[in-house]
Write a new protein. Structure first.
Length: 144
């Protein structure tokens, strides 16, 4: 069988994608009923001014399409994690706001997320984690 040679950059992206799939599965089963996407949405809202964002800005922040974020937000709103808020000056614009139930669920899930992260990130990689996070942010920006 003939081996195909690929660059270290392509190998890195393949390894990154595999790791992302595994991490997502672990987080999806370990955050007390929240998916990793739900957790990311709640976290980003918690960091936003007044704990609210426009739907399209939220989608971009978590790396989803407008339709992808809409599909995730509907059930989250139904169970009281988030709520919609109208824009005071422009009826065409609405905000996604962190609801009290979402804030409580996020607080509970943060401890689980920290525990999962400690188990998944090797101690040998801990000293390089900030630099690696910067590389990942740049990859995300370049991919847009």
């Amino acid at each position: 069988m003939h081996m195909i040679n690929i660059s270290s950059n392509v190998q890195f992206l393949l390894s990154l994608t595999k790791a992302e799939s595994i991490v997502t599965r672990r987080f999806d089963s370990g955050l007390g009923g929240l998916s990793l996407s739900d957790f990311m949405i709640l976290f980003e809202l918690s960091q936003a001014r007044e704990e609210k964002m426009r739907r399209i800005d939220l989608a971009e922040t978590v790396g989803l399409t407008a339709s992808g974020i809409t599909r995730l937000l509907a059930p989250m709103e139904k169970v009281g994690l988030i709520k919609r808020e109208a824009h005071e000056q422009d009826a065409r614009v609405s905000f996604v706001k962190l609801a009290p139930g979402g804030k409580a669920k996020l607080t509970d899930a943060l401890e689980d997320a920290e525990d999962l992260a400690k188990r998944l990130i090797p101690s040998s990689g801990a000293k390089n984690i900030q630099a690696f996070a910067e590389v990942l942010k740049e990859i995300g920006r370049n991919a847009l």
